[in-house]
Design a protein around this ligand. Structure first.
Ligand code: PGA
Length: 245
């Protein structure tokens, strides 16, 4: 059985009713995770458990508790049954000015509460054009993982900003090329090994993964799974991605 990790990132879409229907309709494999909006987490908790799907949040507060109006803490996520949480997604970095320091604090909060952080990193179009990809990734990794001691729970998602459907215009949205994904994942794994002596860190790919390209991407030995946005909103397309591993 494949141990590749597939995460659905619903972003700010669907409804509680649709989320429950989705769970009824999907045929999860080993490591299927759904990153749902905060308000769906509690109503989804029972049905995901029955189907052995893991529940993730899409964000968390960098603070522990207290007077932070509108925030949700890692402890609250744990309380509702979350096992994973996305951190530093490029939409949060770009639209909400999240920097590596905030992202690092969020990761510390999650680990303290025994929730696996999925740290999203990736270069933008201009950085790629100027051949700064490795520089950017190394910076995001070292700052994001500052003072982390237990790496066994940390998952990395490589999501080149230019390959995420949100940031592409036109109808023909494209993922990164398989050979580039393999090379970049290899680079990320080497950084984890050289800087933190972490062997076998899980590195997922995200950015326009869909039923058409999932097999070619997930077949790569450097790819430990996928973070799927747009194509995770319908159970039928998410099922076909899951079935390609
Ligand atoms: P996408 O989104 O699959 O729609 O490109 C991926 C992500 O933003 O996590």
């Amino acid at each position: 059985m494949s141990n590749k990790i597939i995460i659905a990132n619903w972003k700010m879409n669907l409804s509680i009713e649709k989320s429950l229907q989705f769970i009824r309709d999907i045929k999860p494999v080993n490591n299927t995770i759904i990153a749902a909006p905060f308000t769906f987490l509690f109503p989804m908790a029972g049905s995901v458990k029955k189907k052995k799907i893991n529940l993730a949040a899409q964000d968390v507060s960098q603070f522990d508790h207290g007077a932070y109006t509108g925030e949700i803490s890692a402890k609250m996520l744990k309380n509702v049954g979350c096992t994973h949480c996305l951190v530093g997604h490029s939409e949060r970095r770009i639209y909400f000015q999240e920097d590596d320091n905030i992202i690092n604090q969020k990761i510390h909060q999650l680990l303290k509460n025994n929730i696996r952080p999925v740290l999203c990193i990736g270069e933008n179009q201009a950085e790629k054009r100027h051949q700064q990809t490795k520089l950017v990734l190394k910076k995001q990794l070292t700052r994001g993982l500052h003072k982390i001691k237990d790496f066994s729970k940390v998952i990395i998602a490589y999501e080149p900003v230019w390959a995420i459907s949100t940031f592409q215009t036109g109808n023909s949205k494209k993922a990164a090329k398989a050979e580039d994904i393999a090379e970049t994942h290899d680079f990320i794994k080497k950084i984890a090994l050289n800087l933190y002596q972490v062997k076998n860190i899980k590195v997922l790919y995200g950015g326009t993964v869909n039923p058409q390209n999932a097999k070619a991407i997930l077949r790569l030995k450097e790819v430990d799974g996928a973070l799927v946005g747009g194509a995770s909103l319908k159970a039928s397309s998410f099922n076909s991605i899951i079935n390609s591993i």
